[in-house]
Write a protein that binds this ligand. Structure first.
Ligand code: DHB
Ligand code: FE
Length: 292
C-alpha cells in the first residue's frame, strides 16, 4: 500500500525562484535564506519519495475570477510552468501521477469533500518555488507531483478547520492506494505577509513562530483559528497558511484517531525547523515532519 512518510512545509515567495533562476543565491541578501534549505535538500535527496502531493495556491494564473475552484486536484500527466509576466520560469515541466490522483479524487469526493478535477493546468510560483527550494535546479524534477490547488485568493475561502479535515481524508485516500509508494505531502505558502494597502510589508514574527509551534504540537487547536485572526495578525496574504493544515491533517498522529487518544499514532519527528525574515515582502517559514 502507499504510505505518507513525511510532510514538508515552506513559503513560496516568487523572488526566491527568481534569485535561483538568475544565479543570485550567493548574494548577501539571499545567502542566509538558501543556507537554511541546504540540509533540507540533502534530506530530500536521501528520502527519494515516489510521489509528492503538493498543496499550493494559484495566484490568478491558471484560474481567474471567471472560475474559482475552492479545492482542485491535478489529474493530468504533466503540468507546464506558467508565464506570470516574465516568461515561464526555466524549470522542468511537472510530471503528474494520474493514477494516484484519480484514486484520491474518487476517495475524497466519496468521503464528502467536493473537489474540482483539473485535467489541464499551468502551475505558477506557488508550486514551482517550493520544488526549487527542496530539489535545487535539476534537469527533471526527481519524482511525479500531484498539484492540489486551494483558493486562498478570492473570498470566500475555506476555513482552517475544513482544510485540516480535508487533509485527513487525503491521508486516508493515499494510504488506501494499492501500490507500494512512498508519498510526501507538502503544505506551502505563507508566512506572514501583506502585499497591498496601508499595511503592505506587514511581518509578524511572533505570530509566525507561534503558528510553527502549534502546527507541530497542537494542530487540532490551530485548525480552529478563524480567518480574521490570520488576516489581522499575519496580513491578508498570511491566510495562505491554512494550506499547511491540509498537509498536517494527513499525518498519522491526527489522521485516523483523535490526537493523543489510545489509538492515535505517535507525534511526528521534527526533522527541520527554519524561519527567516525577510524575503521580498514575506517572512519565510519551513518545517519537515516525519511520521514514525
Ligand atoms: C510575494 C509573496 C507571495 O506569497 C506571493 O504570492 C507574491 C509575492 C512577495 O513577498 O513578494
Ligand atoms: Fe503567494
Amino acid at each position: 500500500m502507499a504510505h505518507i512518510s513525511s510532510s514538508v512545509y515552506t513559503s513560496h515567495v516568487p523572488a526566491i525562484g527568481a534569485a535561483m533562476d538568475l544565479g543570485k543565491t550567493h548574494e548577501p541578501y539571499w545567502a542566509p535564506l538558501f543556507k537554511g534549505y541546504e540540509s533540507s535538500k540533502e534530506w530530500f535527496a536521501q528520502e527519494k519519495p515516489d510521489v509528492i502531493f503538493l498543496v499550493f495556491n494559484d495566484h490568478a494564473t491558471a484560474f481567474s475570477l471567471e472560475m474559482i475552484p475552492t479545492f482542485a486536484i491535478g489529474t493530468a500527466d504533466e503540468f507546464l510552468p506558467a508565464d506570470e509576466g516574465w516568461g515561464p520560469r526555466p524549470v522542468p515541466k511537472v510530471m503528474g501521477h494520474s493514477k494516484l490522483a484519480s484514486h484520491i479524487a474518487h476517495s475524497v469526493i466519496q468521503d464528502d469533500f467536493d473537489l474540482t478535477i483539473v485535467n489541464k493546468m499551468e502551475v505558477d510560483h506557488g508550486l514551482t518555488v517550493p520544488l526549487s527550494l527542496m530539489c535545487g535546479q535539476p534537469k527533471a524534477w526527481p519524482c511525479p507531483v500531484i498539484p492540489f490547488a486551494v483558493n486562498v485568493v478570492q473570498y470566500p475561502i475555506p476555513s482552517g478547520k475544513r482544510c485540516f479535515e480535508l487533509g485527513k481524508a487525503i491521508g486516508r485516500a493515499i494510504e488506501s492506494f494499492p501500490e507500494d509508494l512512498n508519498v510526501q505531502i507538502w503544505g506551502t505558502g505563507g508566512m506572514s505577509h501583506q502585499l497591498q494597502g496601508p499595511r503592505a510589508g506587514l511581518i509578524n514574527k511572533e505570530f509566525d513562530n507561534a503558528f510553527l509551534d502549534r502546527l507541530i504540537e497542537d494542530p487540532v487547536g490551530l485548525a480552529n483559528v478563524p480567518h480574521i485572526d490570520y488576516v489581522r495578525d499575519a496580513g491578508s496574504e498570511g491566510i495562505e497558511l491554512v494550506m499547511w493544515l491540509i498537509a498536517r491533517g494527513a499525518m498519522s498522529d491526527v489522521k485516523d484517531a483523535p490526537q493523543g487518544s489510545k489509538n492515535a499514532a505517535k507525534a511526528p519527528v521534527v526533522k527541520k525547523r527554519f524561519y527567516h525574515v525577510p524575503a521580498s515582502n514575506t517572512a519565510v517559514g519551513h518545517l519537515i515532519l516525519e511520521n514514525i
